[in-house]
Design a protein around this ligand. Structure first.
Ligand code: M6R
Length: 605
C-alpha cells in the first residue's frame, strides 16, 4: 500500500530510484514520483498513472543529484492525480516528503498550518509533513530536529522519507506501523518499504521498528527512538533472496512465473527449520482457544488449516478474518488464547491490529510469513518464515500453497506431540507431504492450457459460482478470490451443501458453476449437488480426481487432477484456478500483476 524508496551515494539517484520503484509497484500504482537534490536545489517529477507511463511522458531518470526519494501510490486521502502524487513539498519548495500510511490527525494539523498561512495544495495527509518541517525550520530548528519534531506530532501509520535542500547529505526517515528497511551498501545506502527493491545493490538490510527514525548518509545510518530521542544500534540482517528471484525472466507476467514456481516453493517449505516447527506446535498445544488469523488469501489458507488441524491433530481451531477478530472474539481473549497469524507480507494492518489487541491481553502470538524482518516476525513469540521467495504479482499464488503446506506440517507435529496418530499414519502423511512438490509440478504443467481454454469459453460470463465441501470449501473461497480480483467478474463461493439454502436461486440456463471434487468422503454428496445444479440448466465445470468418470460424465468441462490425500488437496486444487484467473485477466485485457484498486500489501485498516 504505497511504496517508498530513497538513495544516497556516489551515483545519479534518479535512475536507481526509478528501478527500485518498479520493484515496489505491486504496492500501489495509481501515481508515482521522484525528487532529488543537486546544487542546493530540489527537483521533482511526478504524475498520475503507472511508473512506466509516467516515465515515457517525463523521463524519470533525468533529474540531477546523488540523493533522492521516490514513491508509488495507492490512494487513501485524495483521488489519484498529479497534485496528489508524491513527493510533496513545502511552501519554499526545498523540502520533499514521501509517505506510506494514514495520518489520523491530519485534519487538525492541516488547519493549524493553514492558520499559519501555509499553502497546502493537495488533498493528501502527507503534504502536512513537509510544512510541519518547514515551520520548525522557520522557528530556528536544524533539519534533524525539525524532522523528528514533525514526525512526533503525527498519529497513525507511516513510513516517511524526506530530503531537504539545505542538507543534501542525508535522507530522513521514520516508521510507525508501515514497513521500512535500510539497504546498507559500501559507500552508499538505500531505504525502501520492501528490501526486495534494493536487493540488486545490497542484500544487507536494517529493519526499522515502530516509533523509530533514522538519518541515512552515504557512509552510515543512525537510528533514533522518537520517544526518547536516544540512539539505537542495530546491525544488518542478510536477506537470503537472490536478485534473479524478483525478475520476470521468460514469463509474460510475474503471476505466471509465480504459479510455475510453486513446485520449488513447496520444496523449500519441506525444509523448514524443525526447531521452529516444534516450538510453534508446543505453544499451540498449550492454548485453550486457538485462532488462525489472516486476511484475503491468507485467511483462505487459515480455513484450509483449520480442517487439517481438526483431522490430523484432532484439534479445533477457529479460522478468523483478521478485520473481524476484535469485534467477534475480542472480549474472550486471555492468557489461554493462542493466535497463529498467517500473512505473506507480515505487514497487513488488519492482522497487526488484531494481534496488538490480543497481545495486550496476554495472548500468545505466533506467525507464519514470507517476509524476513516483517512486523509479524517482531511481534510473534515464535514464527516460521516460509521462504517462498519474493511474490511480486498482487494475487497470492505460490505463497498460498506454501502457507497450507506449512500449516499441514504444523498439524502433523502437533498430532505427534499429542499422540493422536499411529506410527503408520504419521509415516503415510509424511510421505504424502513429500510427494506434494512433484504432484504440483504435474498439475502446473497439465492444467495451464486446459484452463486457458475454459477461460476463453467463459470470459463473457457475468458471474461464477464455486462450490466445494469440507476442506474443498477453502479451495472454493480461494478460487473465487483469485478469479474475482483479477477478472473483475463478481463470483460466489459456498460450501456445496449450503448452496441449496438460498444461492441456488441465481442459477439459470448456462450459468457456470465450478465444482471442486477430490476423492473424499463427501464425493457422493457433491455428485448430488452437481445433479441439482444440472437440473436447473447450470454449466458444470468440475475439477476432480482424474479417474472419476462419473463426475467427468456429468460435467461440461472436466479438469482431471492426480490422486492426492484430500486433506492436502487445496495445495494442488488451487493451481488450476490460479491459471483460470490469470487467463481471464489476460483475455479481458487486464494486467494480472496489477489488478485495479488493489495493492499487494494492505497497510491501512
Ligand atoms: O500479506 P498478507 O498475506 O497478509 O495479505 C493478505 C491479503 O491482502 C492478500 O492475500 C490479498 O487478498 C491478495 N490480493 C490475494 O490474492
Amino acid at each position: 500500500m504505497c511504496g517508498i524508496v530513497g538513495y544516497i551515494g556516489p551515483e545519479d539517484a534518479a535512475p536507481i530510484l526509478h528501478k527500485a520503484l518498479l520493484r515496489l509497484e505491486y504496492r500501489g500504482y495509481d501515481s508515482a514520483g521522484v525528487a532529488t537534490l543537486s546544487n542546493g536545489r530540489l527537483y521533482v517529477k511526478k504524475d498520475q498513472g503507472k511508473i512506466e507511463e509516467i516515465h515515457k511522458r517525463l523521463n524519470l531518470d533525468d533529474l540531477p543529484g546523488n540523493v533522492g526519494i521516490g514513491h508509488t501510490r495507492w490512494a487513501t486521502h485524495g483521488a489519484p492525480s498529479k497534485i496528489n502524487a508524491h513527493p510533496h513539498t513545502d511552501c519554499t519548495e526545498t523540502i520533499a516528503v514521501v509517505h506510506n500510511g494514514v495520518i489520523e490527525n491530519f485534519i487538525e494539523l492541516r488547519r493549524e498550518l493553514l492558520d499559519l498561512d501555509h499553502s497546502l495544495i493537495s488533498k493528501t495527509d502527507t503534504e502536512i509533513i513537509a510544512h510541519l518541517v518547514e515551520e520548525s525550520i522557520k522557528r530556528g530548528a536544524e533539519p534533524e530536529t525539525a524532522f523528528l519534531d514533525a514526525i512526533s506530532r503525527l498519529r497513525g501509520s507511516y513510513a516517511v522519507a524526506m530530503i531537504i535542500a539545505s542538507n543534501p547529505d542525508a535522507i530522513y526517515v521514520a516508521r510507525n506501523e508501515a514497513p521500512l528497511a535500510i539497504g546498507v551498501g559500501e559507500g552508499f545506502n538505500l531505504v525502501s518499504s520492501d528490501a526486495n527493491a534494493f536487493l540488486e545493490y545490497t542484500q544487507k538490510a536494517v529493519f526499522l521498528h515502530n516509533g523509530e527514525a533514522a538519518i541515512i548518509r552515504r557512509d552510515g545510518y543512525r537510528i533514533i527512538k522518537l520517544g526518547t530521542r536516544s540512539e539505537v544500534s542495530r546491525s544488518p540482517t542478510l536477506i537470503p533472496w537472490a536478485v534473479s528471484m524478483s525478475r520476470k525472466g521468460e514469463y509474460e507476467h510475474y503471476m505466471l512465473k509465480e504459479i510455475y514456481e510453486q513446485p520449488n516453493a513447496l520444496r523449500n517449505v519441506l525444509h523448514l527449520q524443525q526447531i521452529y516447527v516444534d516450538l510453534l506446535a508446543e505453544l499451540i498445544d498449550r492454548g485453550r482457544d486457538i485462532f488462525l488469523l489472516g486476511a484475503g488469501t491468507s485467511y483462505n489458507a487459515c480455513m484450509a488449516g483449520s480442517y487439517i488441524f481438526s483431522k490430523i491433530a484432532r484439534t479445533s481451531t477457529y479460522p478468523v478474518i483478521a478485520s473481524e477478530f476484535i469485534d467477534n472474539y475480542g472480549s474472550s481473549i486471555s492468557a489461554d488464547t493462542v493466535i497463529l497469524a498467517v500473512s505473506q507480507s507480515g505487514e497487513t494492518a488488519d492482522v497487526l491490529n488484531a494481534l496488538e489487541y490480543a497481545r495486550l491481553r496476554a495472548a500468545t502470538i505466533l506467525g507464519i510469513t514470507n517476509t524476513v524482518g516483517s512486523t509479524l516476525t517482531r511481534i510473534s513469540r515464535a514464527y516460521i518464515v516460509q521462504n517462498s521467495g519474493p511474490e511480486i504479482g498482487v494475487a497470492a499464488t505460490k505463497t498460498f500453497t506454501s502457507q497450507v503446506l506449512v500449516l499441514a506440517q504444523l498439524a502433523l507435529r502437533l498430532a505427534r506431540l499429542k499422540g493422536k496418530l499411529a506410527q503408520y499414519e504419521m509415516d503415510e502423511l509424511y510421505e504424502t507431504l513429500h510427494s506434494i512438490p512433484s504432484i504440483a509440478e504435474k498439475v502446473v504443467n497439465s492444467t495451464d492450457g486446459k484452463m486457458r481454454e475454459i477461460a476463453e469459453n467463459l470470459m463473457n460470463s457475468s458471474s461464477f459460482f464455486f462450490l466445494g465441501r469440507g476442506i474443498s470449501y477453502s479451495t472454493a473461497l480461494e478460487a473465487r478470490l483469485k478469479v474475482m480480483e483479477l477478472s473483475y467478474i463478481p463470483s460466489i463461493a459456498y460450501p456445496a451443501g449450503e448452496s441449496k439454502h438460498g444461492p441456488i436461486s441465481v442459477i439459470e440456463k448456462s450459468y457456470p458453476v465450478f465444482f471442486i471434487v477430490p476423492r473424499d468422503e463427501s464425493r457422493k454428496q457433491n455428485i448430488g449437488n452437481i445433479m441439482e445444479m444440472k437440473a436447473r440448466g447450470a454449466r458444470i465445470i468440475s475439477v476432480a480426481s482424474e479417474d472419476d468418470d462419473e463426475v467427468r460424465e456429468l460435467s461440461d468441462y472436466f479438469v482431471g487432477m492426480p490422486d492426492i490425500n484430500p486433506l492436502l488437496s487445496p495445495i494442488i486444487y488451487a493451481i488450476p484456478f490460479q491459471f483460470l484467473a490469470y487467463h481471464l485477466a489476460v483475455l479481458k485485457g487486464y494486467d494480472p500483476d496489477k489488478p485495479r484498486n488493489l495493492a499487494k500489501s494492505v497497510t491501512v485498516l
